[in-house]
Write a protein that binds this ligand. Structure first.
Ligand SMILES: [Zn+2]
Length: 566
C-alpha cells in the first residue's frame, strides 16, 4: 500500500471514529474508502491486508486526539459529518400513510418575514424536499382590523422565501377565497354544527363563562341560513359560531366564533377593499384550507393547541381527517428579544426605527441588507430542528456560518470610526504609499493609499504618550502627544510587533483624495467615520473593514455600509 493510500485510510478511520464516538471499524473504513475512491478497488486485497494496522493506530488515540487531528488535517471531513447530524429533522409522523406529503407555510402578511417566519419557511421547505412532496404558500390574510395585511408584504414573503432557498409549488391568498369559506359555512349550518348569534360580545362572554347557552343556540337550520344570508347587513356584533360543547372544560373551546362582520368602511382590506363584510376567523379559514389543499402535515406553535381542538369540530362535522401535527416551541432571538410583528410595526410608525429594513430590526430584509447570505440563515435555523422546547437562538450561529461564506469574497478596507486627525512627524522624505492587500490569501492585488503628514486614527486606538503603534501595512509610530494628537514616524521594523507585542491598528489617510466620509449602520446604532477611497467601488458588495467587521456597502455616495458581524 503506498503512502498516499495509507494516508487516506488513516483519515477515513479518524472520520469513522469521530462520527461514531467509538473505535474505528475496519470494514466500514474500507467500505467508505472504496465508495469514494473507486480507482482503489483494484488494490482491494492489498488494502484489506494493511488497513487493520492503520486503523489500529488510530484506535490507540484518545477521542479528543482523533477529533483534533482530523480538524487539523482534513477539517472538511469533520464538518460534513457534523452537518449531517445537525441537519436531520425528526421524521414526519405516519409519512408512509400518505401518497404524497403536502405541507404549507401560512403567514399573515401584516409585515415582512421575521427570523421566526424564516424558520417556518425553511423547515417546511426542507421537509418537502426530503419527502419529495408539495409545498403550499398560503397567505392567511383575513384580519383587516387587528392584523391588517400590508400590500407589499405578499411580495416580500415570496422574495425573502426565494432568498432562503424555499420553493413553493402553489401559492394562495385566503382573501381570494371568501366564497369558498361561505360555502363551507353554509354546509356547516346545514349539518346543524353552526349558528348565527346576535348576542353583544360581553353578554355572550358572561354566559360562556357560566357554561350556559345563549338564546340563539337552538335556532333551526332554516332560520340560521336566513340569518347567515343577512349577516353582511348586520351590526358588527353578529357572528357565526361553531357549536361545540357549551360546558367544555376549556372555555376557549366553547362555541367559538367562525365568522364576524367587519366594518370595512373603516377597515378596508388592502386587496378586496369593501367588497366583503363577513370575514372568517383564522381557525375556520385555515381549517377549511388545510383540508381543501390536501395538507398532510402541519408544523405549528405548541401554544396553538386550542386552535387545533376548535378546528377538529369542523373536521368532525364534515367527516374530514385532521392532518398530522408537529408542535414546536417559541423561538426568541437573544440579540433582539421577543418582538412581535405588530409591536415592530408600532415602533416603525412612531419613528423609533426607520422601516422594515432598519439594521436594528429582526426581519429577513434587514439581514439581507446587512450582507447575510440566505444559506447562512437557513442552515442555522435548520440546525434547531423541530422540538417542543422553547429556543433561545443566538445570531452568532448565523454570523459564524455567514463568515465562512463571505470571507473569501470580501475585499479588505480600512474604516476608522470616530476618527481623530493625527499629525505625523518625521515622515519619510519620499512620498509614502501604503500597499495593503485587497485580500489576505490570494493574489487579488493591492490597494494603494497615499499618505501625507496627517492620518486618521480611532480615538480608542491612540495610546499614552511615549507608547508605540504599528499602522497596518504602513510604518511604526510613537505617540508624541495626545492633545493635540501627534505621533512620530519611527521606521518600519516588523519585529516591533513580533517580538515586543506592539499593537497593529488600522488608519486612514487624511489626504482629500484618499478618504471619504462614511456611515456604518449597525444593530446597535450608527457610527460615523472615514473609509479609504477604494471601498467606494464596492457598492452592494460585502467587504471587511479590518478590525471592525464585515459589512455590505449600500451606497457609495454618500458612503453608507450596513454592518453584518465581526
Ligand atoms: Zn347569542
Amino acid at each position: 500500500m503506498d503512502d498516499e493510500t495509507r494516508e487516506l485510510v488513516r483519515l477515513y478511520a479518524l472520520q469513522n471514529a469521530v462520527e461514531h464516538e467509538d473505535d474505528a471499524d475496519v470494514g466500514a473504513v474500507i467500505g467508505t474508502l472504496m465508495g469514494e475512491h473507486p480507482e482503489l478497488r483494484e488494490k482491494a486485497e492489498e488494502i484489506s491486508d494493511e488497513a487493520p494496522r492503520v486503523v489500529a493506530s488510530v484506535n490507540e488515540m484518545s477521542a479528543d486526539e482523533r477529533r483534533a487531528t482530523l480538524e487539523d488535517e482534513a477539517p472538511e471531513m469533520l464538518e460534513e459529518d457534523e452537518q449531517e447530524e445537525d441537519d436531520s429533522l425528526p421524521e414526519l409522523p405516519n409519512a408512509d400513510e400518505y401518497e404524497e406529503i403536502v405541507m404549507r407555510f401560512a403567514p399573515n402578511p401584516n409585515g415582512p418575514p421575521t427570523i421566526g417566519s424564516a424558520r417556518g419557511m425553511v423547515v417546511n421547505d426542507e421537509y418537502v424536499r426530503e419527502y419529495d412532496g408539495t409545498l403550499v404558500m398560503r397567505f392567511d390574510d383575513t384580519d383587516p382590523v387587528n392584523k391588517r395585511p400590508l400590500r407589499e408584504a405578499y411580495f416580500w414573503y415570496l422574495e425573502d422565501g426565494e432568498w432562503l432557498g424555499m420553493e413553493a409549488h402553489e401559492t394562495y391568498r385566503a382573501s381570494d377565497r371568501l366564497e369558498t369559506y361561505y360555502e363551507n359555512a353554509r354546509s356547516l349550518i346545514e349539518e346543524g354544527s353552526a349558528y348565527v348569534c346576535d348576542c353583544p360580545a360581553d353578554d355572550f362572554s358572561e354566559l360562556k363563562a357560566e357554561g350556559k347557552p345563549c338564546p340563539h343556540r337552538d335556532r333551526g337550520v332554516d332560520e340560521n341560513l336566513e340569518a347567515w344570508d343577512e349577516m353582511r347587513d348586520e351590526a358588527t356584533d353578529t357572528v357565526l359560531r361553531v357549536k361545540t360543547e357549551i360546558e367544555h372544560d376549556n372555555p376557549a373551546i366553547r362555541d367559538w366564533v367562525a365568522f364576524r362582520v367587519v366594518d370595512v368602511d373603516a377597515h378596508p382590506h388592502p386587496l378586496t377593499g369593501d367588497e366583503y363584510r363577513v370575514w372568517p376567523m383564522l381557525d375556520f379559514q385555515s381549517a377549511v384550507d388545510d383540508h381543501l389543499m390536501g395538507t398532510t402535515h402541519i408544523i405549528r406553535g405548541k401554544d396553538l393547541r386550542d386552535s387545533e381542538e376548535r378546528q377538529k369540530y369542523v373536521y368532525d362535522a364534515f367527516g374530514w381527517d385532521y392532518p398530522e401535527v408537529l408542535h414546536w416551541g417559541r423561538i426568541s432571538v437573544e440579540e433582539y428579544g421577543t418582538l412581535s410583528t405588530s409591536s415592530l410595526a408600532e415602533a416603525i410608525e412612531n419613528g423609533e426605527y426607520e422601516g422594515w429594513e432598519d439594521p436594528r430590526v429582526p426581519t429577513v430584509r434587514a439581514l439581507r441588507r446587512r450582507g447575510i447570505h440566505g444559506d447562512a440563515l437557513r442552515d442555522a435555523l435548520l440546525e434547531l430542528g423541530v422540538s417542543e422546547s422553547d429556543i433561545e437562538f443566538s445570531m452568532e450561529h448565523v454570523y459564524s456560518a455567514n463568515r465562512a461564506l463571505v470571507d473569501d469574497e470580501a475585499n479588505r478596507y480600512f474604516f476608522v470610526r470616530n476618527p481623530v486627525r493625527v499629525e505625523v512627524e518625521d515622515t519619510p522624505e519620499d512620498e509614502t504609499v501604503a500597499r495593503p492587500p485587497l485580500h489576505p490569501d490570494d493574489d487579488r492585488g493591492e490597494r494603494e493609499i497615499e499618505v501625507g503628514n496627517e492620518i486618521y486614527l480611532e480615538a480608542d486606538d491612540i495610546p499614552e504618550e511615549g507608547e508605540r503603534l504599528r499602522l497596518k501595512s504602513l510604518y511604526n509610530v510613537e505617540v508624541v502627544s495626545t492633545d493635540p494628537p501627534v505621533v512620530r514616524h519611527i521606521g518600519d521594523d516588523l519585529s516591533l510587533v513580533r517580538d515586543e507585542g506592539v499593537s497593529v491598528v488600522h488608519w486612514a489617510s487624511a489626504l482629500d483624495d484618499e478618504t471619504v466620509e462614511a456611515t456604518l449602520r449597525t444593530p446597535s446604532g450608527d457610527y460615523t467615520g472615514v473609509v479609504e477611497n477604494g471601498a467606494v467601488e464596492e457598492e452592494e458588495n460585502v467587504v471587511q473593514f479590518e478590525r471592525v467587521g464585515f459589512a455590505r456597502v449600500e451606497t457609495a455616495e454618500p458612503f453608507v455600509a450596513f454592518f453584518a458581524h465581526r
